[in-house]
Design a protein around this ligand. Structure first.
Ligand SMILES: *[C@@H]1O[C@H](CO)[C@@H](O)[C@H](O)[C@H]1NC(C)=O
Ligand SMILES: *[C@@H]1O[C@H](CO)[C@@H](O)[C@H](O)[C@H]1NC(C)=O
Ligand SMILES: *[C@@H]1O[C@H](CO)[C@@H](O)[C@H](O)[C@H]1NC(C)=O
Ligand SMILES: *[C@@H]1O[C@H](CO)[C@@H](O)[C@H](O)[C@H]1NC(C)=O
Ligand SMILES: *[C@@H]1O[C@H](CO)[C@@H](O)[C@H](O)[C@H]1NC(C)=O
Length: 330
């Protein structure tokens, strides 16, 4: 049987009739969306949110193809959007993605209503004027895999309970005003691995918890904090880490004692208090980037691998490093 004409007929009907009848849009979701629009001061970004049309056709959101419930709300790049994150976002129960990004006039704190979004997989609130803490209630979002709260004005310490998130794969808390230390519990994420572990540009202090030896991160960025002590638990030959940036902290350990993941391609340790010498093991890695400048390293730079492909600024401002690309050893 040829169903094509039937299909075309259906397409015709749905194209011309559905918008005015709001055939797809869930009425409850629509009510909530209009509440959100109002709470944000009817910004230009949401001009397409016309109550007379099907909400599944509105910009900045996505409906599930079968259930037509709103599964994604993504608001970004609008200077004129002002106010706080409306609590009404918690009343979109099927939301899997929530994004507020590049909204300089979005302020206030992260509302507890977000904890109601049990299906949330991606939460990105970044490049805004949000302040207050990283809330503990985020740990109730058991489906969360991507948490990005970067580039805000969040303060206080990092809640240790975040390590109970069973599906977390990416944690971006960089460029805030976070204080305190990295929680001991961060060695116990159920998955034992995160793709992204980014805490850079904060005011974190203290040492790296020994428990992090259990974790395997793909990308670690702890740069520009006030962390100190030994960071060797972040390294290890049984890890599969690709990039480690510990630059501009106060780490103090012996570089020659580290074991490196074979996968390591980028290593930035500049501006710390790292001692020892550059181990020959580094010649075995396919390093694309390295910077160990401004430390307390000594001795000859091993010859081989990619170590001589980097320029002098990878190595300068150490206690007594020598050999190519620096001056030859006496
Ligand atoms: C954030 O809020 C402060 C006042 O609280 C204001 O001075 C600043 O311009 C706002 N925007 C950005 C992008 O920081
Ligand atoms: C948010 O910004 C508005 C306008 O600049 C200001 O009146 C309000 O006090 C701010 N609220 C918070 C919680 O910072
Ligand atoms: C969220 O998690 C619950 C329970 O863990 C599960 O039943 C549900 O299918 C998940 N939702 C999504 C969208 O993955
Ligand atoms: C790597 O080995 C160390 C000790 O040898 C162990 O404690 C840790 O759990 C291992 N980590 C991974 C990610 O396998
Ligand atoms: C290494 O870091 C120092 C300090 O930030 C910087 O001056 C230098 O240009 C960097 N070199 C490379 C190759 O990244």
């Amino acid at each position: 049987m040829n169903i094509f004409p039937v299909f075309l007929g259906f397409l015709f009907i749905s194209t011309f009739i559905s918008p005015s009848l709001s055939k797809n849009c869930n009425p409850q979701d629509k009510k909530v969306l209009l509440k959100i629009k109002k709470a944000l001061g009817n910004p230009y970004l949401l001009a397409s949110w016309d109550p007379k049309t099907d909400c599944c056709d509105w910009y900045c959101l996505e409906c599930h193809p079968d259930t037509h419930r709103v599964i994604s709300l993504t608001l970004f790049s609008d200077d004129r959007l002002t106010g706080q994150i409306p609590s009404a976002v918690g009343d979109l129960p099927y939301l899997e993605t929530l994004l507020f990004r590049h909204l300089p006039n979005l302020n206030g704190t992260i509302p507890p209503a977000i904890a109601k979004l049990k299906n949330l997989k991606t939460l990105r609130l970044s490049w805004t004027n949000l302040s207050g803490p990283v809330p503990e209630f985020l740990a109730q979002l058991k489906n969360l895999s991507y948490l990005d709260l970067s580039f805000n004005k969040l303060s206080g310490s990092i809640p240790s309970i975040l390590s109970t998130l069973p599906n977390l794969d990416a944690l971006h808390l960089d460029r805030n005003r976070l204080t305190g230390s990295i929680p001991e519990s961060f060695g116990n994420f159920p998955s034992r691995s995160l793709y992204l572990f980014i805490l850079s540009h904060n005011q974190l202090s203290g040492t790296i918890p020994a428990s992090l030896a259990n974790m395997d991160f793909n990308t670690i960025d702890l740069s520009r904090n006030m962390l100190q002590g030994d960071a060797s638990v972040l390294f290890g030959s049984n890890k599969t880490t690709f990039s480690i940036d510990l630059s501009r902290n106060m780490f103090q350990f012996d570089l020659s004692k580290l074991q490196f993941p074979k996968s390591l391609a980028s290593l930035d340790l500049n501006h710390n208090k790292i001692t020892g010498s550059i181990p020959a093991r580094l010649t075995e890695l396919d390093l694309q980037f390295m910077n160990v400048s401004y430390n307390r390293l000594c001795g000859q730079i091993p010859v081989g691998g990619r170590l001589q492909t980097f320029d002098y600024s990878t190595y300068f401002h150490n206690r007594c490093l020598c050999g190519a690309p620096l001056e030859s050893c006496k």
